[in-house]
Design a protein around this ligand. Structure first.
Ligand code: NCD
Length: 335
C-alpha cells in the first residue's frame, strides 16, 4: 500500500510486504525510541490525539512517538470533555479537528466510528481502537514483538504455535492480530476462551482459509503446553451489559509461575496487550511472573513507540529525512 497520506483503520489494509516495511522503519527508530538520539524531522507538525475511551499506553506512546520525531501533541480525552457530549456529530468533529492537526489518532467506544470520522477528516487518521472491532497499531506492535522475541530461537513468524487466551470475543487486539497473522504461513493458533467469549467465526474462518490450524478450547493448561507464544487478554468488562456478567468470566484463565513451570516449554514467550487486570478476582498474569525472562509484556509496550514512530514517519513521508534532523541526546540516559 502507499502509506503517504493514508488512514490506518484496519490491519486488512496491509499485505505482508507492507508489514516488512513498517518493521524495517520501526527497527530504524530504535535509538530514538530508547532516547539515545532525538530528531526534529516533524518540527512544527501537530498530532491531534483524540481518546474517547480510557487509555494509558496507546495514548501516551502515540504522543511520545510524535514528540520523539519533533512534533507537538494536542489531546482530547473523554467524550464528556468534548463537544460530542453536546450532540456534535463525528462528521463535524472530524471537519473541525482536522483543521487543527496534521494527523489524528482516535479511540472511540463504537465499532467503525473511527472509519466514519476518517471519512470526514482532511488529514490522515489512525485507529487507536474502535470498540470491540480493531486495534491496528497494537497488532503491529504485537507482531513486531513476536518477531523479535522468537528470533533468538532462530524462528520467524511462519510456523509458530500461538495460544490466545481470555476474552477473544470482545478483545479488539486479538481480532486485529489474528487478521494480521492470516498473512503468514502454517501457524497453529489455539483460541482459549469460555464458549461465550470465543473468537468470532469470520476471524477463525479467515485463519483457516489462509491454511492455519485453529483449535478452539476452554482448557488453559493443555493449550499452553506446546506453544511459542502465550498471548493473554483481559475480560473486556466495559463491553458487557453489567459488571456482574463480566465477573462470571474474570479469573477463569490465570497464568502464574508454577503453572508456567509445570506446563510450558522453557522458552514460551508470555504476552499481553496490557492493562493486565491485577485485581485479586482476575489476576490473569500473576506478579510472580515478573522475574520470568520470557515475560515480554513490558518489552511489548516499549515496542509500541518504535512502531508508532514508524507509522507517523511513513504516513507523513519523512522516513528519508529522519537522519538529517537527528542528533544524540544531551541528557543522561540509562535504559
Ligand atoms: C487494549 C485495548 O485498549 O484494546 N489495551 C491497549 O491498547 N494496550 C487491551 C485492553 O484494554 O484490554
Amino acid at each position: 500500500m502507499d502509506f503517504v497520506g493514508s488512514h490506518i483503520l484496519s490491519v486488512q489494509q496491509f499485505e505482508r510486504a507492507d508489514i516488512d516495511r513498517i518493521f524495517t522503519v520501526a527497527d530504524m527508530m530504535e535509538p530514538f525510541a530508547r532516547r539515545q538520539r532525538v530528531t526534529k524531522v516533524l518540527d512544527g507538525a501537530i498530532l491531534g490525539n483524540m481518546f474517547f475511551e480510557p487509555s494509558t499506553r496507546t495514548r501516551v506512546s502515540f504522543g511520545c512517538a510524535f514528540n520523539l520525531l519533533g512534533g507537538e501533541v494536542r489531546e482530547t480525552t473523554g467524550i464528556q470533555n468534548s463537544a460530542l457530549a453536546k450532540g456534535e456529530s463525528l462528521y463535524d468533529t472530524a471537519r473541525v479537528l482536522s483543521g487543527y492537526s496534521d494527523i489524528i489518532v482516535m479511540r472511540h467506544p463504537e465499532s467503525f466510528s473511527v472509519a466514519e470520522f476518517a471519512s470526514a477528516s482532511r488529514v490522515p487518521v489512525l485507529n487507536g481502537g474502535d470498540g470491540a472491532n480493531e486495534h491496528p497499531s497494537q497488532a503491529l506492535l504485537d507482531l513486531y514483538t513476536i518477531r523479535k522475541e522468537v528470533k533468538a530461537a532462530g524462528k520467524g513468524i511462519d510456523n509458530l504455535r500461538i495460544a490466545m487466551i481470555g476474552d477473544l470475543k470482545n478483545g479488539r487486539t486479538v481480532h486485529s492480530l489474528c487478521k494480521l497473522l492470516s498473512l503468514y504461513k502454517n501457524l497453529s493458533i489455539t483460541m482459549v476462551a469460555p464458549e461465550e467469549l470465543q473468537m468470532q467465526e469470520d476471524v477463525v474462518e479467515m485463519l483457516r482459509t489462509a491454511g492455519h490450524h485453529v483449535y478452539i478450547t476452554d482448557k488453559l493448561e493443555e493449550s499452553i503446553s506446546r506453544v511459542d507464544i502465550a498471548y493473554s487478554t483481559r475480560i473486556q468488562e466495559e463491553r458487557f451489559a453489567s459488571k456482574e456478567e463480566a465477573d462470571r468470566y474474570r479469573g477463569r484463565f490465570r497464568l502464574n509461575q508454577s503453572i508456567y513451570t509445570q506446563y510450558c516449554e522453557p522458552n514460551t514467550v508470555i504476552m499481553h496487550p496490557l492493562p493486565r487486570d491485577s485485581r485479586m478476582d482476575a489476576n490473569e498474569l500473576d506478579n510472580d511472573l515478573n522475574e520470568n525472562p520470557n515475560l515480554a509484556i513490558f518489552r511489548q509496550a516499549d515496542n509500541g513507540v518504535n512502531v508508532r514512530m514508524a507509522l507517523f514517519a511513513m504516513i507523513l513521508d519523512v522516513v528519508d529525512q529522519v537522519e538529517q534532523y537527528a542528533r544524540p541526546v544531551n541528557w543522561y540516559t540509562k535504559r
